[in-house]
Write a protein that binds this ligand. Sequence first.
Ligand SMILES: C[S@@+](CC[C@H](N)C(=O)[O-])C[C@H]1O[C@@H](n2cnc3c(N)ncnc32)[C@H](O)[C@@H]1O
Length: 347
Amino acid sequence: MKAVIVPVRDVEKVKTELISMGVLDKDRKIRIVEHPDGKFAEIPVISGMDLSDIDGSNISEFDIVEQDEPDFYRSTMSLKEHLSGTVPEELIERIPSGWQVLGDIVIVSIPEELKSYREDIARKLLVINPRCRCVLQDFGIKGTFREPEREVIIGEDTETIQKEHGCSFKLDATKIMYSKGNLAERKRMSKLGKDEVVVDMFAGIGYFSIPLAVHGKPKKVYSIELNPVSYHYLLENIQLNYLEGIVRAINGDCGEVTPQGVADRVIMGYVGITHHYLDKGIGAIRKEGGMLHYHETTPEVLVFERPIQRIKDAASALGRSAEIRACHRIKKYSPGVWHVVVDAFIK
Ligand SMILES: C[S@@+](CC[C@H](N)C(=O)[O-])C[C@H]1O[C@@H](n2cnc3c(N)ncnc32)[C@H](O)[C@@H]1O
């Protein structure tokens, strides 16, 4: 983000000239900076403009700098308002009214008919979200690893740090998903685990392991993750949150590598196929007993009957018992289907 540096006495004159040239960046504030030679002003200009090219301009006599931390005006206009006049009237209603912000990255799903306006939309999203520096087009989530399909519209570095509830999560937003809908569950997990051994079977980048280890004060957390990319960020996040002595990451299939008979608490934070791993999850719980947090996606008519039955059947097949302690709806997963969690005490 560029700015012209001018002595304070010249601000009004230069500003007027920049306005008449159409290059003043109205989304950023003019900033006064102290310099050994006196007071100067940084006047924001639209990036990509070559000011020396403009005939008759006095601007070229001043230095142009890259601003480290620009000051933005808070935008009170909606994205649609920002784009009226740029996007044709008949397409305005198709402009997205929501998007996700992860760290300093905006993730947005722009419909196909607005494809030729993607950059205009992305630029305005950066105005509305001035702390962000990258915009990604989102095409959804695919595969066993729940990997996002995303494409860069503006920006280069797609790695970011999402801060939430006193925890830092580093991730590459083109490779890793981060569900805002699971926020309440991440917070709930952060209150559990004091002095316990915890096994997090589908750890991802540490969505549950990190808050539980930061706030819950467990003795040990085993975090199992199969996808090498997620595992890489899991390791980074353990370091970033100073948890090296507490969280042990294991790269592998939790059907094969889940430690057995050690846990006071087991988190099975995945959906779709989680029930296939119930024997390993229940088997991870020590013989004295412990808590299982079992996630699944359940059709409305089977909430909570099916997950409860699955837990009870898996426990009894292992000669153990399950006492249901709580049932939670996390979010609507798809039409008629809920992401649910059942807490069961296994003996
Ligand atoms: C995406 S996370 C679940 C969502 C997360 N709890 C949240 O709050 O957004 C699930 C993770 O389980 C991993 N996974 C899938 N199958 C696995 C398996 N058999 N063993 C270990 N990890 C697995 C996926 O790679 C993924 O990173």
